[in-house]
Design a protein around this ligand. Structure first.
Ligand code: SF4
Length: 146
């Protein structure tokens, strides 16, 4: 019963640093309407959010901020890594850019693409719902990856 309620009331915190953030806005807009999946109430405090949506390039200066925000979220929490930059550094293979946010925080769902489209975000939310529904282990429970 708790899982049923939780999966339809996900509160996302969007950590958007670059162009992927535009697609995030599309997902929350009326056309794609993420509210159909119960995940439209964006929270701007990590303490009130349970899904961290990281969209964009994360450089090494930004990495500690992202880590702190993740740490400030209450359990249980899930992380979506959106786009090539967040997943792997993308084409920014240089000394300033973190080569994937899973170097510093556990990631539950990866969305490939540059940029992924809003359908990718919806698919990621549905996957999070499936994790909740089935009781599958969260990435945080497998962290750090051995
Ligand atoms: S993955 Fe592509 S669209 Fe997304 S932030 Fe990186 S460069 Fe921009």
């Amino acid at each position: 019963m708790i899982a049923w309620g939780r999966k339809y009331s996900l509160y996302p915190f969007t950590f958007a640093t670059a162009c992927c953030g535009i697609e995030v806005m599309g997902a929350f807009g009326t056309h794609y309407d993420l509210s159909r999946f119960g995940a439209e109430v964006v929270r701007f405090s990590p303490r009130q959010a349970d899904v961290l949506l990281v969209a964009g390039t994360i450089n090494y200066k930004m990495a500690p901020v992202l880590k702190r925000i993740y740490d400030q979220m209450l359990e249980p929490k899930w992380v979506i890594s959106m786009g090539a930059c967040a997943c792997s550094g993308g084409f920014y293979n240089n000394y300033t850019v973190l080569q994937g946010i899973d170097k510093i925080i556990p990631v539950d769902v990866y969305i490939p693409g540059c940029p992924p489209n809003p359908e990718g975000i919806i698919d990621a939310v549905v996957r999070i719902q499936k994790i909740i529904e089935t009781g599958a282990p969260r990435a945080a429970e497998r962290w750090p990856i051995k």
